[in-house]
Write a protein that binds this ligand. Structure first.
Ligand code: TXA
Ligand code: MG
Length: 359
């Protein structure tokens, strides 16, 4: 049986954090909020505990876990080398939504790193996450707290949907702030390399340390046969139960195309799901449309994306049409997740013709 406890007020909820810390030390599993998505935590130095994470998620065992720490002093027990570049990045972005890959020390079991000689480490900024890691007194291995293949959880309710009965405890800190996973940066090569885009963009990293590369595999289908350096990026991560198609083009062309296709889907006896924005949500009389946020606030789109994808899975739609979001750096990180969810299925909108539907 899984207990769900509030951690919205650190003073008041102190005993919940302490209990969760004891569960982790004893080899148990605790899901907890971070600023990006909810994590599914276990003692990172205990191979058996890490193995339970893979079982609870149904996760392939070659997909390594991120080790979460509460302070920089914990790092030296996990990694063999901390370069000047690493120091600069940590100064700039920790605690926060950035994960760094280092060569690992023997103390970190292969059961945590998926058999790799490197380890991914992150110091989250969420106060409850930091308090939990401190209470556990050990580094905490934590992937996103979803069943493998489902959208990452951004609320405790999502965690319960996937993990109820499989883990000891869920700490409920309400909805997370960012909504997509951390940026992963590999520091084991000559130039820092982004293995997974996230809230911290390439531009932000380059401001701190100069040139940064992006793993060619991040481009997805544009780079067939290229093997991603983050093992988890090769999996389709999340696929809706029904086909999802991204529609690219000018704003009015996109709205008109989705309207047409949604109308055709409905007429054929199906039901179209439409992933749209605050700016367009009143333009779709057909199908079931859900806004992920406003284009004027790319952060709102990141924040709501996974919840909307989860919702569509429960709505019985037969096809999903989605707008695209690549006009901002954060939007491009969102697109990395969305393109994968769509299996890279993309169409170009009908010719743009001003018809005054968007003002
Ligand atoms: O924001 C986040 O990073 C969230 C929260 C909970 O911190 N965690 C998260 O973990 O997204 P997960 O397991 O869903 O994704 C971890 C990714 C996978 O793609 C994995 O392959 C990659 O990190 N990774 C972990 N260790 C690695 C390593 N040593 N080398 C390369 N990639 C690694
Ligand atoms: Mg994940």
């Amino acid at each position: 049986k899984t207990t769900c406890c509030q951690v919205t007020d650190l003073e008041r909820d102190r005993k919940n954090i302490e209990e969760a810390g004891r569960v982790l030390r004893a080899g148990g599993l605790v899901a907890f909020p971070t600023e990006t998505v909810y994590g599914l935590g276990a003692n990172a130095l205990d191979e058996k505990a890490a193995a339970r994470i893979y079982a609870a998620k149904g996760r392939p065992s070659d997909n390594p876990l991120i080790v979460h720490i509460a302070g920089r002093e914990q790092l030296s027990s996990l990694v063999t080398e901390i370069t000047e570049t690493a120091d600069r990045l940590m100064d700039a972005f920790w605690p926060g939504p950035m994960t760094l890959i280092f060569p690992k020390k023997p103390a970190v079991p292969y059961g945590t790193t998926g058999g790799l000689d490197t380890v991914a480490v992150r110091m989250p900024s969420h106060p409850s996450a930091l308090a939990l890691i401190a209470a556990a007194g050990v580094p905490v291995a934590a992937p996103s707290a979803n069943t493998s293949g489902r959208p990452s959880p951004t609320q405790a309710e999502h965690v319960m949907e996937d993990m109820d009965g499989k883990i000891e405890m869920v700490l409920d800190g309400g909805p997370v702030g960012i909504g997509i996973e951390s940026t992963i940066v590999d520091l084991t090569g000559p130039v820092p390399m982004i293995l997974r885009p996230g809230y911290i963009t390439r531009e932000m990293l380059e401001q701190a340390v100069g040139p940064v590369e992006v793993d060619p595999a991040v481009a997805g289908e544009a780079a067939p046969g290229v093997r991603p350096k983050a093992p988890g990026m090769k999996y389709r991560h999340y696929a809706p139960k029904v086909p999802m198609i991204l529609v690219r083009g000018g704003p009015e062309g996109v709205v008109r195309t989705i309207r047409r296709l949604a109308g055709e889907e409905d007429a054929a006896g199906g039901c179209a799901g439409i992933l749209c924005t605050d700016e367009t949500k009143d333009q779709f009389p057909q199908g079931i449309c859900r806004s992920v946020g406003s284009r004027r606030e790319p952060q709102s789109v990141a924040h709501n994306l996974y919840a909307v994808l989860r919702e569509f899975d429960g709505l019985g739609v037969t096809k999903i049409y989605s707008e695209v979001f690549d006009e901002t750096p954060l939007g491009r990180s969102v697109m990395n997740r969305l393109s994968k969810a769509a299996g890279h299925q993309e169409i170009t909108a009908d010719r743009e013709e001003s018809c005054g539907i968007l003002t």
